[in-house]
Design a protein. Sequence first.
Length: 361
Amino acid sequence: MSTSVEDTLLLQTYDAVGDPAGWDALLGRWAAALEADSGLLFTPGDQFSHQPMHGHRYDFETAQAYGEYYHLHDVWTHNGRDQGLFESGHVGCGEMLAPQQRLRQSLFYNDFLRRMGQEWLLCTVLFNHGNSVAVPETVLSFYRGPQRRAFGRGAMATLQRAVPHLQRSLKLHHELLRARADRSLFESGLDQIGIGMLLLGADGRVSFANRRAEALLQPAASSQPPLLPALQQLDRQARQGRYTGQRIATAQGPLYAMATPNNRLTASTTHVRGHGAVIWLIDTQRHGGGAVALAASLFGLTRAEQKVLSLLMEDQAPKQIAHALGVGLSTVRSQLSSLLQKTGVRRQQELLRLMAAFPQG
């Protein structure tokens, strides 16, 4: 393989980050470059049929039998584990894992590999079980049929050079998918409790809004003033470091709009830069119970954290809170630390200023 082809493949590997469909096409390009008939990116063993898989010219319906049964007889995987070769970054071929004559005598070969048209294997363990980056155990395998020759040293060397890039791109891919899932879960939670959330860019335009906020931003009745100018004013105040809120009349009834500056939720909700605040749109008639109850809904506060927050808002010091709740001072300090982290502020006084911006009833 020429250097230019290899470089192009590595660039395309990074292009597949965040695009599940892109990995299938990527495996096709790598298979062609390595002169393989098929390729598969998978989690071995009984997790094969449960983890996401990407493949090129691979019969996934037949392969389901692997996760259900044939993984128990996979001489390649079992021998690799027994020989201590199932380590991240290791590259090998089928003959290193099982002599060809022994492979052809096995149930795994005669009942499974032959049906899949697989005889020769080139593989690498990208991530082993229990790795530190929380990526599922992952193997990348390429196959040639019985009419072909075994993979040579050149193919092994090419794959070995690609391993660090494949590992890095796959790690980024999983991190991005997890971030998207977290974002979706967060947005869904806000929608379910009926709280709108939006972000404004430096130009005052809406760059993100959940479904509830989108509904509130719809053109209002002629008798109602536009909602966006009031939100832009809150955003400008938040950019100056102020925690602000105000009651606003909308076509769907009164609500409370609150801006929280420099909140950590900004970074986890959008990739667009230049935001000054997260703006919350709250139906106070639906979400009564005061500031602490509302903060608990927004930030996922535990009951213990809510108790600490309530006493903190009554100007009680940590020692007083510990005495009132009958817990140790270290417990209160740990809960305060959790409150700061969840609400996205750095100091206790910032937390109190944030709570002062909430509707108080």
